[in-house]
Design a protein around this ligand. Structure first.
Ligand code: SF4
Length: 594
């Protein structure tokens, strides 16, 4: 089969050993690459009940069959492991440039296990894999770490074309359970604490370089298709919207329907919306659209603060999710202050969604006198201090660094904490967008918006946000298509450009496999069931799919909406049925499936 190198690199970090293992056509036909291959590797290799921060936990970095090709949206990589934040299946993806460099090393996936005795960084290339001492990188932020590793490669590897670097900051080194793996300064595999996993293995960064290229089944078709798509996409309204306003456009969209989570999930709209929305960003900062490699959309905003106390601060962002987390949940009043907090999280290597949720939770705790902490809504400097305390695990910050479940238990606030499976939700209130309730409950990695991006059909009129009837079946279909996108691996924002038919064409041109919709859905279903089995063997029960009670009990003031327990029961029941699982969400036993 084309589209793959048919080999993975396994790195034993304990002895700094390495092994190249073949991957058979049979495995690749069943799982494709990316998420499918990585899930298979985790099911095969990760011991049941492994402590996520222990040497025995495996972490897989993978690309897909379209990586390294001219396919638009293809420059991404995925990270898969057992999450230290949820204790469950973990997947996280990042764009930028690294996906291409990882692919050029000549491996479909790199698997890390064991733990180095001393801090190190790893060089993976088609000229060999080398472990380097990282004592001098200890404690550096993500930007400095990336710069230093790239400078070393430039100086010592005259044969190397440019390289891609992934790394962690102090938060990952200190075991903060929502720390990220970052690349290209501002791009990150942001959710589920993958940074803490490589931090626990004493890996500060990994550089990828090489000049390998995979053979496509029909390279001429791939080239022609990329050209045609770039012509068509010029008129596409979704592409134009992302290009002109980026993800911050969602501030207005979500506010209009009363689903912009504000004041730690007590409200659905922010009074200061006009100071934090896409218009504010574009007026108050110098903004240039920025793209990952192989992208025609360019949703990124390369932004420089024009004036005020953060004048000159440069960042790619803030993205919608960061605006919601600090501007909504913590009610930070201006886009410049949100950029400032975003920059702190990026440098320290922390997920802004979790960090913003935890900060707002701490603000609630402080207001109720449950903790001794001088902090309130819209206090950016005190929020900045708390973020640093989280990364360096000081005082209240140490409690928060262990995640929302620990903080809620410690402060006796379990009835107020908003999370599913230990992961805090992104910026879509499920009391308004009820399909997002199912998204948060059913996602294997906890409250997640990306497995089906179901806000899209609910906001665009494909299905009524309030309705329940038929929702789970449509949800499963969206999720299946995006699972296939994650096996390839392509960016979520290409979902409208790659309907089923185009995915089928792409897979045929790249791999030579002839997959109709039914076959692709079967593969997606198998992968979905495999992630569910992974979670069940790690202790997930149907209770773990439930939403926090506040979403059922606390009415949103603007819309008077809740999602009732009965509605959530029905959505989950229908979803389990659509997936072919029993009433407890357990997939059937199969001999030949993982
Ligand atoms: S749409 Fe945005 S995230 Fe996706 S590939 Fe393009 S720039 Fe990267």
């Amino acid at each position: 089969m084309k589209g793959f190198y048919h080999q993975i690199l396994k790195l034993d970090l304990t002895c700094h050993g390495q092994q190249i293992e073949p991957i058979s056509d049979d495995i690749l036909e069943r799982f494709l690459g990316g998420k499918g291959l990585a899930t298979h590797l985790l099911m095969e290799n990760n011991p049941t009940g492994v402590d996520p921060m222990s040497p025995e936990n495996h972490l897989v970095l993978a690309t897909g069959p379209v990586s390294g090709t001219p396919v638009w949206g293809s420059c991404r990589y995925g990270v898969y492991t057992r999450s230290p934040q949820t204790g469950l299946y973990s997947e996280s993806y990042s764009g930028g440039t690294v996906g291409d460099y990882l692919s050029k090393t000549g491996f479909d996936a790199v698997v890390l296990y064991g733990a180095s005795k001393d801090p190190c960084w790893i060089e993976v290339s088609d000229h060999g894999t080398f472990f380097h001492d990282a004592e001098d990188l200890r404690g550096l932020d993500t930007f400095e770490t990336e710069d230093r590793i790239k400078a070393w490669i430039r100086k010592n590897r005259p044969d190397a074309p440019k390289c891609g670097v992934v790394c962690i900051g102090p938060a990952g080194e200190n075991g903060v359970r929502f720390s990220v793996i970052e690349n290209d300064y501002w791009r990150s595999a942001g959710r589920t604490g993958v940074g803490a996993v490589i931090g626990s293995k004493k890996i500060k960064g990994i550089a990828f370089w090489g000049s390998q290229r995979k053979e496509a089944a029909d390279p001429e078709w791939v080239k022609r298709y990329a050209k045609d798509l770039s012509r068509q996409a010029k008129e596409d309204p979704g592409v134009l919207a992302y290009k002109s306003k980026g993800t911050p456009m969602m501030v207005d969209t979500m506010s209009r329907v009363g689903s912009f989570p504000t004041r730690y999930w007590h409200k659905g709209e922010a009074a200061h919306r006009e100071r934090i929305n896409a218009d504010a960003l574009h007026q108050r900062l110098h903004v240039t659209p920025n793209a990952c490699l192989k992208c025609l959309i360019a949703c990124g905003r390369l932004s420089v603060v024009k004036e005020g106390r953060h004048q000159g601060l440069k960042i790619e962002g803030p993205e919608y999710e960061t605006i919601y987390a600090f501007g909504g949940l913590c009610e930070v009043d201006t886009i410049e202050e949100i950029a400032y907090l975003n920059d702190i999280c990026d440098r320290l290597g922390m997920d802004t969604i979790s960090a913003g949720n935890l900060t707002a939770f701490a603000i609630e705790a402080a207001r109720q006198g449950r903790i001794d902490c001088d902090i309130d809504y819209d206090e950016p400097d005190k929020i900045a201090r708390l973020l640093k305390d989280m990364a360096y695990r000081r005082g209240i910050g140490d409690v928060l660094s262990q995640g929302i479940k620990v903080a809620a238990r410690e402060w006796n606030m379990e009835d107020q904490a908003i999370h599913v499976k230990g992961m805090e939700p992104p910026g879509y209130d499920p009391r308004v967008l009820k399909g997002m309730g199912l998204a948060y409950g059913s996602s294997p990695r906890g409250a997640c918006h990306l497995r089906a991006t179901f806000y899209k059909p609910e906001l665009s009129g494909i299905i009524e946000p309030d309705g329940i009837e038929g929702k789970a079946a449509l949800f499963a279909e969206w999720e299946d298509r995006l699972i296939i996108m994650d096996t390839l691996i392509v960016c979520r924002f290409y979902r409208d450009l790659y309907p089923w038919k185009e995915l089928s064409n792409l897979i045929r041109a790249v791999t030579g496999l002839d997959l109709n919709v039914e076959k692709m859905r079967r593969i997606a279903q198998d992968i979905s069931s495999a992630t569910r089995r992974f979670n069940i063997r790690e202790g997930l029960t149907p209770e773990g799919d439930r939403l926090p009670r506040r979403f059922h009990m606390e009415v949103l003031p603007e819309t008077q909406k809740v999602i009732t327990e009965e509605e959530m029961d029905r959505l989950l029941r229908d979803y389990y049925r659509a997936r072919g699982w029993n009433e407890d969400g357990v997939p059937p036993e199969t001999k030949d499936r993982p």
